[in-house]
Write a protein that binds this ligand. Structure first.
Ligand SMILES: Cc1ncc(C[n+]2csc(CCOP(=O)(O)OP(=O)(O)O)c2C)c(N)n1
Length: 459
């Protein structure tokens, strides 16, 4: 049996789980892991200037392409605490990233050692698993479980904390026969999809609310196919923006308090039925729940069972991966298309008409130039394949109101956590994953300055 350090075994597993890129910053307690990464030689490393930056780079990297998992690495103590904001942002937006930290030797963990902090306890509420691995022989299992958890159910981050002596201990491990664990994703049944379509067919002015779960499941094509088959207009959430192109006749606008379109809000108020897929009824999308829910029937499809009923009780809930659900929605809707689905043509035309009458004004000639005009010019300057990255602030809100997005993963926004400083490093993560893309980081002065040191990484 091959013998190697636990750190080397961990690197071999990263490689076999498909990791080719990591972001981080070394320090004494993680140096054995860095050494193992260098010796193994298959994983590129981007040296961040701030470990929080590395965690946001990892998130941008994950979000840039289906199947990606961003890895961020730091030493013990403050490196882990610096990456907590990245773990919060990733968990809040259902994004898998793997955060690896060094730690003081096992025997010194309770002695208030230099840079020894209980990072696993600090990270617990922000991760699907946060573990200080105390036995070297557990390291392969911990990494195997980490990938299984990050990819199963609602995606999210994991933290693995490796005491220095654990990293350096030799263990028996055979990388050649390593195999990732199966990924678990719940799938809707035909009976459930049939019932949801019965409820849809009983409505006169239905909408589909398309959430970020559709992007995570790489199911934008199926969403558009289902919308076209049924003729039902689509409201993307801020996390789902791009799942249906902005210029599609069934794109009915975004709904919400700030990051919304006037025509989207108007369509929602006119509707009598909402099918939410892979969304979580975020409060900045719903606004007042009374107004949002009154007079409407709701069907909610989500991969995470405890999301059903969390914000309000839907009329019918289905626990399913968005792709699995949409595959069946398309299949069953196609069988019914000839028969019992109503014609929503008039309703869809009304939604489309509002899109031309309820536009916000952008064409100002003022000097100095007004922000609205800047976005108008951006829409001309950047083509449909441009990838926008943004976190928070007026610049982000206006971006959602005025920009145009035509493809899934081309609007990469820190939707729930919105930490200042996220945009620049996240954009670098996107650019690392997709070097040929035009990546536009949309950032206000504060956001830009929060992590301005990462410009050096970009350079
Ligand atoms: C870490 C952090 N602190 C504070 C806030 C609260 N906050 C949200 S937007 C904002 C101002 C943003 O200013 P700027 O980045 O210049 O963007 P602008 O609104 O000018 O576009 C603040 C302080 C935050 N989101 N994150």
């Amino acid at each position: 049996m091959p013998r190697m350090t636990a750190a080397r075994a961990a690197v071999e597993i990263l490689h076999r789980e498909g990791i080719t890129q990591a972001f981080g910053l070394p320090g004494a307690a993680i140096n054995p892991f860095y050494r193992a990464m260098r010796d193994q030689g298959e994983i590129s490393h981007t040296l961040a200037r701030h470990v929080e930056g590395a965690s946001h780079m990892a998130e941008g990297y994950t979000r840039a392409a289906p199947g990606n998992i961003g890895v961020c690495i730091g030493t013990s103590g403050p490196a882990g605490t610096d990456m907590i904001t990245g773990l919060y942002s990733a968990s809040a937006d259902s994004v898998p990233i793997l955060c690896i930290t060094g730690q003081a030797p096992v025997a010194r963990l309770h002695k208030e050692d230099f840079q020894a902090v209980d990072i696993a306890s600090i990270a617990k509420p922000l991760t699907k698993m946060a573990m200080t691995v105390l036995e070297a022989a557990q390291v392969p299992g911990a990494f195997q479980q980490a990938f299984h958890l990050m990819r199963s159910g609602r995606p999210g981050p994991v933290l693995i904390d490796l005491p220095m002596d654990v990293q350096l201990t030799e263990i028996e491990f055979d990388p050649e026969t390593y195999q990732p664990l199966p990924v678990y994703k719940p799938a809707a049944s035909r009976a459930q999809i049939g019932k949801a379509l019965d409820l849809l067919a009983a409505s006169e002015r239905p909408l589909i609310v398309a959430g970020g779960g559709i992007i995570n499941a790489d199911a934008a094509d199926l969403l558009v196919e289902f919308a076209e088959l049924t003729g039902v207009p689509v409201i993307p959430t801020l996390m789902g923006w791009g799942a249906i192109p902005d210029n599609h006749p069934l794109m009915a606008g975004m709904v919400g308090l700030q990051t919304s379109h006037r025509y989207g809000n108007a369509a929602m108020l006119e509707s009598d039925f909402v099918l939410g897929i892979g969304n979580r009824w975020a409060n900045r999308h719903t606004g007042s729940l009374d107004v949002y829910t009154q007079g409407r029937t709701f069907v909610h499809v989500d991969i995470e069972p405890t999301q059903i009923g969390r914000v309000f009780a839907p009329d019918y809930g289905i626990v399913s991966d968005a792709r699995a659900a949409l595959e069946l929605f398309v299949e069953v809707a196609r069988e019914r298309a000839a028969g019992d689905l109503p014609d929503y043509g008039v309703w869809a035309k009304e939604c489309q008409a509002r899109k031309s009458t309820l536009q916000r004004r952008t064409h100002f000639d003022n000097v100095p130039i007004k922000p609205q005009r800047v976005y108008e010019e951006m829409n001309k300057a950047f083509d449909e394949h441009t990838r926008y990255v943004s976190t928070i602030g007026l610049s982000q809100i206006a971006g959602a109101q005025f920009l145009h997005v035509f493809h899934a993963r081309n609007w990469i926004n820190c939707g729930q956590a919105g930490p200042l400083g996220w945009t620049l490093p996240a954009a670098l993560g996107v650019a690392t994953a997709d070097p040929s893309a035009t990546v536009v980081a949309l950032s206000g002065g504060y956001d830009f300055q929060f992590m301005i040191e990462e410009l050096a990484v970009g350079a």
